[in-house]
Design a protein around this ligand. Structure first.
Ligand SMILES: [Zn+2]
Length: 87
């Protein structure tokens, strides 16, 4: 086995060995919305692909799952780094 494979196997082993304890949860960063909300729900956002870029050559609806804040109803920027949903 070459070193690269061994390294990959090691990394996989590391991941599966991590036990999520209450201590880890307490010390981990919480994702927060700009409004301070910390609860999110999954919603669907629809984009319309232009016939020019659509694989079928016709206008196409593309559903995209996104998380919105349950407090303000917006997509926090942490889930929208490319500003796909806030534009
Ligand atoms: Zn919010």
């Amino acid at each position: 086995m070459d070193n690269e494979k061994r390294a990959a196997q090691f990394a996989n082993g590391m991941q599966s060995n991590i036990k999520i304890t209450p201590e880890i949860i307490k010390n981990s960063k919480t994702i927060t919305c700009e409004c301070g909300g910390v609860l999110f729900r999954e919603e669907l956002f629809f984009k319309v692909l232009s016939p020019l870029i659509s694989p079928s050559g016709q206008e196409q609806l593309v559903p995209m799952p996104v998380f919105v804040c349950t407090k303000c109803g917006k997509v926090p920027s942490v889930f929208d780094s490319a500003e796909c949903f806030t534009r």
